[in-house]
Ligand binder design. Structure first.
Ligand SMILES: [Zn+2]
Length: 298
């Protein structure tokens, strides 16, 4: 009776839910130890340790990389593409999870990118070829210009050099095929989706508000990296922020608005599926993960 071997079947990595009439699927690209001590800026080691302990987390805590697939009934839209091969074996599982969820990468019509960091665009290309061969890729013009600029690369800290190379390589096959389209600012971009400018983490970081019937899903990209620390201390930034002060302002304004409007949130780095609500408590926030529903197709 007790002789069953430990299963080596990977755990399921997709989670489906409804937003109005849309079918949305959260996809796990993978998880990895998040090096809080070297990455978080503006928090003491004691603060970090206390925050992790408060949320029953070890150190380093395990961080998620999530992407989101939206089926409007007319179009299949992916928001962010995961790390591809760029984070090693931990990650790069977006395509596998798209298939597990019953879709294929060829069916993806549109890929919306929150920002051009490698754990969001790495999955766009594999060996120089488009992973989503029929998709248009849309990203902020500010981010595309910045991450394609050799002058910006020269000015940026050395640890970000590989991010510039990764961004250029990831969008290259789409650009070459005329299927890279930039987003020039906030506002509607079609398909019931509005771009929300939220700069700081990268110069052109975008969030996406996706509305169907009376429900809005706000995909917030990298406005939060470590919920346990940054929700009680929203001023804490990460060393990967291009402009930490601007990132702080974006985080605070988007989170306040999301809490006030009771928007459903989809977050790239909150624990998979990264879907839930922010509750405001004075000047801090709490995360309320989504309530599970098995029959999400109705
Ligand atoms: Zn990022």
């Amino acid at each position: 009776m007790a002789a069953a071997d430990v299963s080596t079947v990977p755990p399921p990595g997709f989670y489906r839910f409804k937003v109005g009439q849309l079918d949305v699927t959260a996809l796990s690209d993978g998880t990895h130890p998040f090096p809080v001590d070297s990455v978080m800026v503006g928090a003491s080691e004691a603060q970090i340790d206390q925050a992790l302990e408060h949320d029953f987390l070890g150190k380093p805590p395990v961080g998620s990389i999530n992407a989101f697939l939206i089926n409007t009934g007319k179009k299949l839209i992916l928001v962010d593409a995961g790390a591809g091969a760029l984070y090693g074996d931990c990650c790069g599982q977006v395509v596998q999870q798209i298939k597990a969820a019953g879709y294929s990468p060829e069916q993806v019509d549109l890929v919306l990118i929150t920002h051009l960091h490698k754990d969001h665009v790495g999955g766009l290309a594999s060996n120089g070829r488009a992973v989503f061969p029929n998709a248009v890729v849309r990203a902020s013009k500010v981010d595309v210009d910045y991450w394609s600029s050799s002058a910006a690369k020269a000015r940026a800290p050395a640890f970000l050099a590989s991010f510039f190379d990764a961004a250029v390589a990831s969008i290259a096959p789409y650009k070459a095929a005329g299927r890279l389209q930039v987003i020039t600012g906030a506002g509607p971009i079609g398909d019931g989706i509005a771009a929300v400018t939220s700069p700081g983490h990268t110069p052109g970081h975008l969030s996406y508000a996706i509305t169907s019937q009376d429900q809005t899903l706000l995909v917030i990209g990298d406005l939060i990296h470590v919920a346990a620390l940054q929700l009680p201390h929203p001023d804490v930034t990460v060393k990967y922020d291009t402009d930490g002060a601007a990132a702080r302002v974006s985080r605070s304004s988007v989170l306040k608005s999301a809490a006030e409007n009771r928007y459903l949130i989809a977050a790239a780095h909150l624990s998979f599926p990264g879907v839930g609500h922010f509750r405001r408590v004075a000047d801090t926030f709490e995360w309320v993960p989504v309530n599970y529903e098995a029959a999400a197709t109705h």
